[in-house]
Design a protein. Structure first.
Length: 363
């Protein structure tokens, strides 16, 4: 690597890290204030609040990385232009294409880091954060195994195999015990939907009731069938959120597995299909952001209104971040192809960035 390449890469890399740390500290502060509202609920204390914020930091890094790449690259390129380093390099034969390729190499490292972070660290940390908060606030015992989520609900133990973000459960088993810790009945339901105030509408129920018979040592089992049943429980969607990690924070393996489950049960999969494609395109947003930063920061030596240009560049990055979520929601509402919903913001803004670079070269 040539000296000027190392210099530019180092300046851009350090600026991006600095901006990322600043944004992370700002969002951690806001998250701390938000989590303090739960202090005093159940056993949730100040220590739980800070632990909850800390466990969510990897997800914040994953979320803020594209914006940090944009602002950091803008700052670094502005500094280089202000010191006439860009002008000297261009006079020495550095083309816009070579500089863009150099910036892509820097952004590519952050893109790979975001991909690994979203696959390895974000899903378990998000799940641990939700589980810790649920246990502390609701004072409930909950643990997830291969067989699903197990929750203690009064004198009953509940097993839930799957849940989605629409407060719907699948494959529910409720083991009811009496005061002597003897099993009274086992209720199985194919699906459950939350209504309000701790009430769940269960459907396709099979209930196995154990009856004590005086002449017999062991109880007798009686099986009952019901189409629907209104189940009163202390469980709420907030508690079940232990297994309802947002699709954007799930790993690829979890998304694929859950998509197969939803397809097998003939449930809607659009939200999770879009999240699956976004797992591929969102890390590449770092490349789009650095391509957007180049026109705004690259021409500072020739153009007036530096502060306005930087502000405009940041606003464009914020707009990208908002549209990235908007296209996902529109894709669900309008039944757009998942690939199109996930890729359109990146394609649109990358096209804008390349058009701006072409315009600057023509001037």
């Amino acid at each position: 690597m040539k000296i000027y390449e190392r210099h530019i890469s180092r300046e851009v890399f350090q600026a991006i890290l600095l901006v990322l740390m600043a944004l992370l500290a700002l969002y951690a502060f806001f998250d701390s204030i938000e989590s303090m509202k739960d202090v005093g609920r159940g056993q949730f204390g100040v220590g739980h609040a800070f632990a909850y914020v800390g466990l969510r930091l990897p997800g914040r890094v994953y979320e803020l990385l594209p914006i940090a790449v944009l602002i950091g690259a803008l700052y670094a390129l502005s500094a280089l232009a202000r010191h006439s380093e860009i002008t000297v390099l261009r006079a020495s034969g550095l083309s816009s294409g070579k500089l863009l390729f150099l910036l892509f190499r820097v952004a590519g490292g952050f893109a790979i880091g975001a991909l690994l972070l979203g696959e390895i660290l974000v899903p378990p940390s998000e799940r641990m954060a939700q589980e810790m908060r649920t246990r502390a606030i609701h004072n409930i015992i909950a643990q997830e195994f291969v067989s699903g989520l197990w929750v203690k609900d009064g004198r009953a133990f509940v097993n839930i195999r799957a849940a989605n973000l629409d407060s719907e459960l699948s494959d529910i088993r409720v083991y009811q015990f009496d005061e002597l810790n003897q099993l009274q009945q086992v209720m199985e339901a194919r699906q459950g939907r939350y209504l309000e105030a701790g009430k769940w509408q269960l459907s396709d129920i099979s209930r196995t009731v154990l009856e004590k018979v005086q002449e017999q040592e062991h109880p007798r089992a009686r099986v009952e069938k019901e189409e629907e049943f209104l189940w009163d429980s202390a469980l709420t969607p907030d508690i079940i959120s232990v297994i309802m990690v947002a699709p954007d924070r799930m790993s690829l393996v979890s998304l694929v597995t859950y998509l197969r489950h939803l397809s097998g049960n003939r449930q809607k999969t659009e939200r999770y299909e879009i999240a699956l494609w976004k797992k591929f395109f969102y890390p590449a947003a770092a490349l789009v952001m650095i391509a957007l930063a180049m026109p705004f920061g690259y021409g500072h030596s020739r153009m007036s209104g530096v502060s306005l240009q930087i502000f405009s560049g940041v606003m464009v990055g914020v707009l990208f971040h908002m549209l990235n979520g908007l296209f996902s929601s529109l894709g669900i509402l309008r039944a757009w192809p998942p690939l199109l919903s996930a890729a359109m913001p990146s394609i649109l803004f990358l096209s804008v960035a390349l058009a701006m670079l072409w315009y600057m070269e023509r001037r």
